[in-house]
Every structure is written in C-alpha cells, then in structure tokens.
Ligand binder design. Structure first.
Ligand code: PEP
Length: 252
C-alpha cells in the first residue's frame, strides 16, 4: 500500500517573514495528519529556518535543486551533502522550469538523482511533456526518454525510493489541470516503464505524484485514480489553508 505524499514547491517565493509565518501555520494546521506524507520545499536561503521550525513535526523538508558534485569549485551551487547537513529529506530535480528555463538536461538530472541517492536524500524526479508534444501525440515518447535517461544506471533496489512527479508543462502555473483520466494514463504508463527498468515489486512500491495547477477543488478527483499517489503543488502551497485542504483530500 503506497502512502500518499503531498509536496509544496514554493519556487522563488516568500520573504523571510512570510516563510516563517507560513511554516508555523502549516505546522499548526497539519499537526494531526498521519495518513499522508507531507513535504515543503522553500528556497535554499530559508532551509535552516525551516529545519528549526519544522523540528519534531510531521512535515518533511526539501530543496528545489542540487548540484551533483559533493564539494568543490562550483560557484553558486549547493551539494547533496550540504542539503543533508541542513536537515533536508528530499530534493526536487528536473522540474520543468529548470529543464526549460535553465537548460537542465536528462543527463544532468540523472547525475543529480545519483548524488541524492548516494547521500540518503529522496529525489522527487519531475517529468512532463510540453503542450506541442501532447498535441503532436508524442507524450509517451517524451516521458519514456525522460524516465529512461533519468533512471539510467540506477540500481533496481534504489529506484523504488524515488518519487516520480508527472508534471505536464502546459498545466504548471497555468490554471489548466490535466483531467484525472489524462494524468492516470501517463501515471500508468510510467508504472509500466518501472516494471521494465526495475521490476514489478518496485513498480508497485514507487510513488508517482501529479503536478500542474493542483488546487483544493481538483485534488479529490485526481487522488481517486489508482496510479496517482499524491501531488506536487506550486501556487496553492503558498497559503497554509489551501495547502492544508489539499493534504486533507477525500477519495471520491
Ligand atoms: C510546480 O511548481 O511543480 C507546480 C505544479 O506548480 P503549480 O501547482 O502552480 O501549477
């Protein structure tokens, strides 16, 4: 039985005061939740603050990016051991904003996933097609390449530790959500790929979450689909009440 996981991606939002208030409100509002794994990923500069506020809470801490080398002359980068040392549990990699705005390639994503697994951090590995790719009918080809390249040379027993996030690029920050059926189709396709890349047990265990304009009013229908194990939430994770409502989804 896969435990649902809901993760907030704050992107490049919040001031120090806003981050502190949001974390304190989330800690308070979500204190009783035990049946859903919860995570937040603030900007790097607030991670230590978040670690202190979230101490002894049921909210896991994550980062939005990582560099694959453990240390060295890489100005401006942050390594997996640094994030581990700062109290992180997971790290988002391959987010479409990093792929399409910052030029992150499948090969870079693969190196980042390996660095995280070697450091004991959970990768939240994002994949997703662009609007024109969906319209051309190449969604599965795009997803297959991203999944195969991202998981290249990763041991079978490690694959199940990863959280895969299916995030259609056309649904991120646009207010357009994939229908539950559209998302389920791709989630099921990814699970089939995992059977081939690892094995049936890993495919059964791995969590595949959906991202793209998830809101309190569409989470219930998404979570009812058999292969949707949670959500990666951008905009709606910046308000404690909307994020708490998403975490409190009801199966339909
Ligand atoms: C995201 O940042 O991963 C995301 C899905 O954003 P939004 O929920 O705002 O579409």
């Amino acid at each position: 039985m896969r435990k649902p996981v809901i993760i907030g991606n704050w992107k490049m939002h919040t001031t120090a005061v806003e981050a502190t208030d949001l974390l304190a409100d989330l800690k308070n509002e979500l204190a009783e939740v035990t049946d859903v794994e919860i995570g937040v990923s603030p900007p790097f500069v607030y991670i230590n603050t978040a670690r202190d506020i979230l101490k002894n809470s049921n909210i896991k801490l994550g980062a939005q990016n990582v560099y694959w080398e453990p240390a060295g002359a890489f100005t401006g980068e942050i390594s997996a051991p640094m994030l581990k040392d700062s109290g992180c549990d997971f790290v988002i990699v391959g987010h479409s904003e990093r792929r399409h705005l910052m030029g992150e390639t499948d090969e870079m994503v693969n190196k980042k996933i390996k660095a995280l697994l070697n450091t004991g951090l959970i990768p939240v590995f994002c994949v997703g097609e662009k609007l024109e790719e969906r319209e051309e009918g190449t969604t599965q080809t795009v997803i297959r390449k991203q999944v195969e390249s991202g998981l290249d040379d990763i041991p079978v027993e490690k694959i199940k530790e990863i959280i895969v996030a299916y995030e259609p690029v056309w649904a991120i920050g646009t207010g357009k959500t994939a229908t539950p059926q559209q998302a389920q189709e791709v989630h099921s396709f990814i699970r089939q790929l995992i059977i081939r890349l690892a094995d049936a047990a890993a495919a059964e265990e791995i969590r595949i979450i959906y991202g793209g304009s998830v809101k309190p009013d569409n989470i219930d229908a998404l979570m009812t689909e058999p292969d949707i194990d949670g959500a990666l939430v951008g905009g709606a994770s910046l308000k404690a009440d909307s994020f708490a409502k998403i975490v409190g989804f009801k199966l339909q």
